[in-house]
Design a protein around this ligand. Structure first.
Ligand code: ADP
Length: 222
């Protein structure tokens, strides 16, 4: 039976970095909806052109587009054993659509780890974040600076500030998160699969959270 883990948390919680490390531990594919949108934008596909404005403004891409994209992605071979979902679902409608998709492939949600982070910490993290053009590696100008200014430590590519990491878009993303995504906390709590961890230190290394996350997910469960 395919096993799915849904990583839930506000923008700036460090989901991307942690999701990479956790999916490796469980041997699951890491499916990041944000990365899929950005790859499509880079490749100038129809989906990318459609999503671009929403991403730049920090708004959500409409549910029907996002759900269709994830459905197609989860049916590929590398998700046959399951996946770690990072950035999806982000609305209750998406969560319900996911439940339907999983029941059609006999999949199950093992756990929904939720990373709780205070708002001032999120704003500080996002506004200081720099992302590498090639692979999406992330740095923070104060708490996790790259060795060379403006250059990725891992692949030497240019670092840039995402449009949605600019101040106006950050505010918009946090407002939307509260309105559309926070209801998922209740949704999964009621199903008995929400596992909360807190992470309010600005400079805590991602590895520290990964340990906490692996513990709440329970390695035996996957
Ligand atoms: P973050 O978690 O830092 O906001 P992501 O990379 O997860 O960044 O998402 C970036 C953007 O991609 C979002 O602001 C939104 O525009 C779009 N997006 C990603 N996932 C979804 C989703 N599940 N539903 C709608 N839009 C999404």
């Amino acid at each position: 039976m395919p096993n799915f883990i849904i990583l839930l948390g506000p923008p700036g919680a460090g989901k991307g970095t942690q999701a990479g490390l956790i999916s490796e531990s469980f041997g699951l594919s890491h499916i990041s909806s944000g990365n899929i949108f950005r790859e499509n934008m880079k490749g100038k596909t129809e989906l990318g052109k459609m999503a671009e404005g929403y991403l730049q403004r920090g708004e959500l891409v409409p549910d029907d587009v996002t759900i269709a994209m994830i459905r197609e992605r989860l049916l590929r071979d590398d998700c046959a054993k399951g996946a770690l979902l990072d950035g999806f679902p982000r609305t209750v409608a998406q969560a319900k659509a996911l439940d339907e998709m999983l029941s059609s492939i006999d999949g199950r949600i093992v756990a929904v780890p939720y990373i709780k982070v205070a708002e001032d910490v999120l704003i500080n993290r996002l506004s200081g974040r720099w992302t590498c053009r090639a692979e999406g590696h992330v740095f923070h100008e104060k708490h996790n600076p790259p060795k060379g200014v403006g250059v990725c430590d891992f692949d030497g590519s240019e670092l840039y500030q995402r449009d949605d990491d600019k101040e106006e878009a950050i505010k918009e993303r946090l407002t939307i998160y509260k309105k559309d995504t926070e209801p998922l906390i209740k949704y999964y709590k009621e199903k008995g699969i929400l596992k909360q961890i807190s992470c309010d230190k600005l400079d805590s290394p991602p590895e520290e959270n990964v340990e906490k996350l692996l513990k709440v997910i329970g390695v035996k469960n996957v």
